[in-house]
Design a protein around this ligand. Structure first.
Ligand SMILES: [Zn+2]
Ligand SMILES: [Zn+2]
Length: 308
């Protein structure tokens, strides 16, 4: 049983096209990238969580031979526009040997996604299965619990998923996956004390305006303390919208000033904004230590594999 982080970037990936901010420049220099966020769970059954514009390269480079189900978190294109790539799984099967891949999503997400992909349902590449927040369902050995997340008015179908499974060593394990969100309307018991928590950190610091309704690491820390993950937390869906000191690119639209940035002490300067993978991990470790938070938090990177 394995968790594979197929992508860990925000809606436009990193480095972003046409961006020469300090973050994108540093990542390019170090040959780092973040594809659009997506996760794969592999056991007897293979489940894909979200299917964005990088799906083809993500599935190809990880040699994913079969997909038994797709969980869609919400109706933004960076989370579903790759569904057409699933055609390959039908095209390359013997005649009669293929059954449509179930795609689990809320009714509100389905209403949006079917406008583009009605032909995938008609041609039996996928079969849409509408799920309800608060109601468990099963796919293979995975038990899945959708829960409501708030991600703004243009993502009214937005959910996260708790996935329950039996690990390779026979233990019951719960993985809580939250995608883009700015708040949780309620916290169901199934979401408390998961073994693993996957959570967005689009910025390090909460910005003055959070109109895209995303999660910063600063506020993710509050959710980590409320949900109390037992083993490990992974940060995903990261962007380049924090303002880095003295960066001329701070003038561009996407760069937001912080509201009240994280700092090592009230009289100290804020933590420098991390530019690349290693400095992100270093900064997160330092903050957790300074704030006395006894949690293991890993800044996920593309193709990170975790054995369960
Ligand atoms: Zn997104
Ligand atoms: Zn979104």
């Amino acid at each position: 049983m394995e968790l594979i982080f197929l992508g860990t970037g925000g809606a436009w990936g990193l480095p972003e096209i046409n961006c020469d901010c300090r973050i994108c420049t540093e990542m390019k220099k170090r040959g780092q990238k973040r594809d659009r966020t997506s996760l794969l769970l592999t056991g007897e059954t293979t489940l894909l969580v979200d299917c964005g514009p990088d799906a083809r390269s993500q599935l190809l480079r990880n040699g994913v031979e079969r997909i038994d189900g797709v969980l869609i978190t919400h109706e933004h294109t960076d989370h579903y526009i790759g569904l057409d790539e699933l055609f390959a799984y039908k095209r390359n099967r013997h005649r009669g040997a293929f059954t449509p891949i179930p795609v689990y999503l809320t009714q509100a997400s389905h209403q949006v996604i079917r406008k583009r992909f009605d032909y995938l349902e008609h041609m039996e590449v996928i079969s849409a299965v509408e799920v309800e927040p608060g109601r468990w369902f099963t796919r293979g050995e995975f038990e899945v619990f959708p829960f409501k997340t708030y991600h703004g008015e243009f993502a009214s179908g937005s959910v996260g998923y708790v996935i329950r499974l039996i690990s390779g060593s026979g233990e019951r394990v719960r993985v809580a996956y939250t995608s883009d969100f700015s708040s949780l309307p309620e916290i169901p018991p199934a979401l408390l004390e998961p073994d693993y928590l996957i959570i967005q950190s689009f910025w390090l610091n909460e910005p003055v305006h959070n109109r895209p309704h995303h999660m910063s690491f600063q506020r993710a820390m509050e959710y980590i303390q409320r949900l109390r993950p037992k083993r490990e937390t992974f940060l995903v869906h990261m962007g380049d919208a924090d303002m880095v000191a003295n960066d001329p690119a701070n003038q561009v639209l996407k760069k937001y000033p912080p509201k009240d940035p994280l700092r090592p002490g009230s009289d100290k300067a804020p933590y420098p904004i991390p530019l690349d993978q290693n400095s992100w991990q270093h900064t997160v470790d330092q903050i957790l230590g300074d704030y006395n938070l006894p949690y293991k938090v890993t800044v996920a990177q593309d193709d990170l594999r975790i054995a369960l």
